[in-house]
Design a protein around this ligand. Structure first.
Ligand SMILES: Nc1ncnc2c1ncn2[C@@H]1O[C@H](COP(=O)(O)OP(=O)(O)OP(=O)(O)O)[C@@H](O)[C@H]1O
Length: 453
């Protein structure tokens, strides 16, 4: 008897030591723990419980199968089936075929073969139920090819804590944050020239503009600001801005200059048989211009009829830049709390030209719909579910046609101000820009070492 007691105590001590070692490993180096022990246990658990989970989430289908039994009243997945003959056709709940889950940085992903009559939307609808059944942060559904869906599972929200802003190293490209997949969130103006950045107050819009300023400041580009909050947001970045407008009248004059600059560049391209400034000989290529607009709605609001003409001119100029700017190196980044059609037809047309969409936390569903357009309804739900405690989190419509939850790196104002000061010598003067004196100063390999904020 004492031997048995010793044996039991020995086993218990051994198990306790194993659990402590696993716990320590998990806390010491989560990634290696996850890729070995964590993932293996999860993969086994997911495969073993898949029938139950699929049934609970409404992803199974009733199918008739021949069923063989030697036991009357045999139990099948649907419950008790009375079997009079040994082989009988019975209705069973068939689960979708699941491949082996593969580990990812923040969880795992698995491919599932759709059952007859199922569409990827059925899995998107069940995504929240799947997340709760598996006890994970989120399940995202994509369909890389017909008949298959990939369920990408994130165990914990990777956007709760972010590292620092890394350098992108490419012209007009800034890594502004992290996607929920763990990949970088990249704003590349040469691929997506114009962006809408919407969100309620304190949702992180200005922080994203700060990230862009820090990322673009060391690059051979001109930055232009429209700060309709009277300059409180962008005035301190003045050293790195080639021009700044802080009210409606200044904005109109600056927009007229930008349109004139665009027409000048158009003439230059035509004269050299180029379709855009990037096809011009290196010695003639003008400096790209990134236009940052804060509080876009202010440009469209009318206090009375007297402002109608001014608003119409502003709207036309912005729209022309949005329509033609890409080829001539003029890019827009438009921020606002609401970018809705209630501001007039000009805004609707402008919105249609902006293929880059960023929707921070919003107060009303219309703003999410207006910003993200007719993207997957799950994206709109996700935008409305962004909590106030995580400023900087946004839904991003990406270049690959997908949408992602993402979070910008936190860049305090003083860091952006510092970047604007130390790269002030790279600021082209507005007079030189409008007369074309800076031509030939941009080559793609000409980016100084980027600021590591
Ligand atoms: N990515 C982020 N990570 C952590 N904190 C952030 C992030 N983005 C913003 N914040 C915090 O949220 C606060 C509000 O951000 P921000 O000023 O960018 O919001 P906003 O949408 O521009 O608000 P407003 O419209 O009132 O100017 C910031 O002071 C900052 O502390």
């Amino acid at each position: 008897m004492p031997d048995l007691l010793h044996l039991l105590l020995g086993i218990l001590a051994y198990l306790a030591a194993l659990l402590t070692a696993a716990w320590t490993w998990r806390h010491w180096h989560y990634r290696s723990y996850w890729l070995t022990i964590g993932y293996t246990l999860t993969a086994i658990g997911v495969r073993v419980t898949w029938r139950k989970v699929a049934l609970g989430c409404g992803l199974t289908k009733k199918q008739h199968r021949w069923w063989f039994t030697v036991v009357p009243r045999a139990v099948v997945s649907t419950g008790l089936v009375k079997v009079r003959r040994r082989v009988q056709r019975v209705a069973v709940d068939v689960k979708p075929w699941m491949w082996l889950p593969l580990p990812t940085r923040y969880g795992w992903r698995v491919t599932v073969r759709l059952l007859e009559g199922q569409v990827p939307g059925d899995y998107a609808d069940a995504a929240e139920r799947l997340a709760h059944s598996w006890g994970v942060h989120a399940v995202r559904v994509s369909s890389p090819r017909p008949g298959r869906v990939v369920l990408a599972v994130t165990i914990r929200d990777p956007l709760v804590r972010l590292d620092t802003l890394p350098a992108s190293g490419e012209l007009l490209t800034v890594i502004v944050g992290k996607l929920e997949t763990g990949g970088p969130w990249v704003i590349d103006f040469r691929t997506v020239p114009h962006w809408l950045n919407a969100g309620a107050t304190q949702s992180g819009k200005s922080n994203l503009a700060n990230v862009l300023i820090v990322g673009l400041a060391p690059q051979p580009v001109a930055l232009v600001g429209f700060d309709l909050k009277g300059g409180v947001e962008f005035a301190s970045y003045g050293p790195r801005l080639s021009a700044l407008a802080t009210d409606r009248a200044e904005s109109l004059a600056l927009l007229d200059d930008l349109v004139a600059m665009m027409l000048d560049r158009m003439g230059l391209c035509r004269a050299h048989g180029a379709r855009n400034i990037w096809q011009l000989p290196a010695g003639l290529r003008p400096v790209p211009v990134v236009v940052l607009v804060d509080e876009l709605a202010e440009l469209y609001l009318m206090a009375g009829k007297s402002e109608k003409d001014e608003v119409a001119r502003t709207s036309t100029a912005l729209l022309r830049i949005a329509q033609l700017g890409r080829a001539f190196g003029i890019y827009l980044f438009l921020c606002g709390q609401r970018i809705g059609s209630d501001l007039g037809p000009g805004v609707t047309a402008l919105r249609a030209q902006c293929s880059g969409r960023i929707c921070h936390r919003v107060n009303d569903p219309e703003t999410a719909t207006m910003t993200l357009g007719d993207l997957d309804p799950a994206a709109l739900l996700s935008a409305r579910a962004i909590p106030a405690e995580t400023p900087g989190v946004a839904i991003v419509a990406s270049q690959d046609g997908q949408w992602y939850r993402a979070r910008s790196f936190y860049v305090a104002e003083h860091i952006a101000e510092h970047a604007a000061r130390i790269y002030a010598h790279l600021t082209p003067s507005w007079a030189d820009l409008t007369t074309g004196a800076h031509r030939g100063e941009v080559t793609e390999t000409d980016i100084p070492v980027l600021l590591d904020a």
